[in-house]
Design a binder for this molecule. Structure first.
Ligand SMILES: NC(=O)c1ccc[n+]([C@@H]2O[C@H](COP(=O)([O-])OP(=O)(O)OC[C@H]3O[C@@H](n4cnc5c(N)ncnc54)[C@H](OP(=O)(O)O)[C@@H]3O)[C@@H](O)[C@H]2O)c1
Length: 326
């Protein structure tokens, strides 16, 4: 497993980040323990969780299974309900209690909220860093302008800046290529990506045109049926492309995200140890640029802008600023 620089933090993390959203939801503590242990054994050092997962149960499970394993891990959690300063402070205390930790490596705002107050939020995030409860702070699902706005506030006040943006990115959801990823490359914001497998659709879990399997997230998440319907033909081509190369579809899906410019660490979410292996193996798959383009072309998902012309490509140009970081 390669390690990668995590934005401006000076830290290195494993290129794969283990997502834990299914711990306590679709897998019990014993299976979660097996997943975490197997991931660590294979070099994973980066673990993602959130206060909201399974109403706190995920963090409790992590607290139980992290014993003796915490050293060397880079653990991130998130505050979900609001971005209000008092809640930003309180939620981290609750997360630390559930995880039986003194500090996390990364504390993220889970979602921007309507009528949020960025100054108060950034001050609270700075407070948790000053208190030693989080080493770094970041965000998820922030548009580029909001991240820039928040970091300008931090800069003016000498506060801790947001070091990462965690976003959905996969062959179907590519809106982040406009602005969010170019911003990240230029500003050295670490980009972690979720939904790499499109909830299992790109992991061979579902067959377009066939009933949704009983034991699957597609039973409760309506996006699965809608996406299978919309992209059925593309998914079949994608699965065939993987089979022709003796790859598991999950390997190919994660390899595509990994090959995409500006991505620091794809997050891999699994609900069993068996599923984990396919995704970990993706980190040994190197796509050629030609293969990457071929796979991308199977899905007609690049964000299109009516006017075309020169403005659309400018918005996703990674070399627009000459100081763009290597
Ligand atoms: N910041 C945010 O707003 C945000 C939002 C969502 C997620 N996340 C993070 O990202 C992580 C991943 O998100 P995600 O779980 O939604 O996305 P995902 O990686 O696209 O989907 C994971 C699902 O794919 C299926 N799967 C995985 N490996 C498989 C395999 N080898 N064969 C067949 N099916 C396989 C499993 O579905 P079944 O369980 O049905 O088997 C698994 O639950 C989460 O754990 C969380 O840490 C962050």
């Amino acid at each position: 497993m390669n390690t990668v620089k995590f934005g401006t933090t000076g830290e290195n993390v494993s290129e794969m980040c283990l997502g834990t959203m299914m711990f306590g939801d679709r897998c019990d503590q014993a299976e979660s323990d097996r997943i975490l242990s197997a991931a660590i054994e294979q070099g994973v050092t980066f673990v993602d969780t959130a206060a909201s997962y399974c109403q706190g149960r995920t963090e409790e499970i992590l607290g139980n299974i992290l014993k003796g394993k915490r050293d060397g891990l880079f653990i991130g959690t998130k505050v979900t309900k609001t971005t209000a300063a008092d809640w930003v402070l309180q939620s981290l205390d609750e997360s630390l209690t559930r995880m039986q930790l003194d500090y996390v490596d990364l504390y993220m705002i889970h979602w921007p909220r309507q009528n949020m107050r960025p100054v108060e939020m950034m001050e609270a995030l700075n407070t948790v860093v000053q208190q030693g409860k989080a080493r770094f702070v970041g965000c998820c699902n922030f548009p580029a302008w909001l991240l820039a706005h928040c970091n300008a506030i931090a800069e003016r006040n000498g506060w801790a800046k947001l070091v990462c943006n965690q976003i959905p990115y996969n062959l179907l959801e590519r809106g982040v290529e406009v602005e969010i990823i170019p911003q990240a490359v230029t500003e050295q914001i670490a980009i972690t990506t979720y939904r790499s497998l499109v909830l299992g659709i790109l992991a061979g879990k579902y067959t377009p045109g066939q009933p949704i399997p009983a034991d699957s997230r597609g039973q409760t998440d309506k996006r699965v049926a809608a996406w299978l319907d919309k992209y059925g033909e593309s998914i079949k081509q994608f699965n065939q492309f993987a089979a022709d190369r003796n790859l598991h579809p999950a390997q190919l899906a994660v390899a595509w995200v990994r090959h995409s410019p500006g991505v620091t660490a794809p997050i891999v979410g699994v609900s069993s140890q068996r599923q984990l292996q396919a995704s970990i193996d993706a980190f040994n798959v190197t796509l050629s640029d030609e293969e990457y383009t071929q796979i991308t072309g199977m899905f007609d998902t690049a964000v299109k802008e009516e006017s075309g012309g020169s403005f659309a490509p400018l918005r996703r140009d990674l070399n627009l600023v000459s100081c763009a970081i290597e």
